[in-house]
Design a protein. Sequence first.
Length: 150
Amino acid sequence: MAETTNFAALIPELSDWNEGRGIAPDDWISCVGNYELAVGYSLIFWPNFTEFETYILRADFEESSLRGFEKMTKGNRAAVEAVMNHVHIADIHPNVICSSDEQLRYLGRTLKSIYNLKLHAEFPGRRFNVTFNDEPGLEAIDYELTFFQK
């Protein structure tokens, strides 16, 4: 059975709307969001990946960093990809204090599913390990998503 998400707990502001009666998350987005944010978030929720040599990487990688990690890991492709492709969920909004680890965990689980689907769709002949440390009580910066080829 699928888990039901308590959006009222994840988005406390929902209950402030309609004189305390609350609002649905999609209605809330239509009231407070904008197209610029939607376009920006698309880069997080549908990231661009690229094939470079034997690597599959987030498209915004820097070759100099890749070469440095190759040296540090003695050419271990999985280790290089894991560090090059990692995303700290808290870095999505680094200047905003997150009110709960449940928000970070929800986003991390969602992004893990998206990355799995997108990687398999774009690189059907490759096998990937997409990981997210979905544990309660971590420091915000420790909620991290990454992927590497198996």
